[in-house]
Design a protein. Structure first.
Length: 241
């Protein structure tokens, strides 16, 4: 059975999207407010927007995993039937750290697809409309940090690597729109890219000290970018990353 079919089977076992997703009283989904007041104050709407949000950080202790776990916890806090998902092809998610972050493992779908299928599996999970938050380890996607290919090898490179990253981001944004899902992409801030990605928000993260997290809103769908601000990291729910 393919990974895509495996995901479909898991979704069928969990329940239909109408049972998992919480009813919305408004057409526009509210921002995802974290239990991390200092970080919420940095965000333009006091929380993470629906749609695709990029967390760009150095891979070592950049803080993106901790914020993503806080987002999952906030998504589950929306209701007893609220589910979240994590696409983890490298299998780096540490279960004790997830529990320490206050996440309910019984309402979290973790998928370990092969690298080549990360994009398609992420689209399948987001398109199900069943999850408040979907986290994707985007650096594991083949070609996510590729330099701009020349016109000569562009077609061959994309055939080998699948969708260009910016195309996949657009597909994820469209898939998330009907349900108002927040899709978090964990990326490496040191990587380069050919063109900007069409994300709703891009946060640049770093941890100069273990007790501090530096956050900069580098892109916002309404153009509300800001300067780098430091927030206390000890206020975060304990987690790795």
């Amino acid at each position: 059975m393919s990974v895509a079919h495996d995901v479909e089977a898991l979704l069928a076992r969990i329940g239909s999207p109408s049972k998992l997703r919480l009813p919305r009283s408004e057409d526009v989904s509210p921002p995802l407010v974290l239990s991390w007041a200092a970080l919420n104050e940095v965000l333009p709407d006091g929380g993470l927007p629906p749609g695709v949000v990029e967390f760009a950080a150095p891979r070592a202790l950049g803080g993106s995993t901790s914020i993503a776990l806080a987002a999952v916890r906030a998504g589950q806090a929306r209701g007893e039937k609220a589910w979240c998902a994590w696409i983890d092809p490298e299998g780096t998610l540490h279960a004790p750290g997830v529990v320490a972050a206050g996440v309910d493992l019984s309402r979290m779908l973790v998928v370990h697809p092969p690298r080549a299928l990360v994009g398609r599996v992420a689209l399948k999970v987001v398109g199900a409309g069943a999850f408040e938050v979907v986290v994707v380890d985007f650096d594991a996607l083949p070609g996510a940090q590729l330099q701009s290919p020349t016109k000569v090898n562009e077609a061959a490179a994309r055939k080998k690597k699948g969708w260009a990253p910016e195309v996949l981001v657009r597909k994820l944004a469209l898939a998330a729109e009907p349900s108002g899902t927040t899709v978090l992409l964990l990326t490496d801030a040191t990587g380069s890219r050919a063109v900007p990605w069409p994300v709703a928000m891009r946060l640049e993260l770093s941890r100069p000290r273990r007790c501090e997290l530096v956050v900069r809103v580098a892109k916002d769908r309404r153009g509300r970018v800001g300067v780098a601000k430091t927030v206390p990291f000890h206020l975060a729910i304990r987690a790795t990353g």
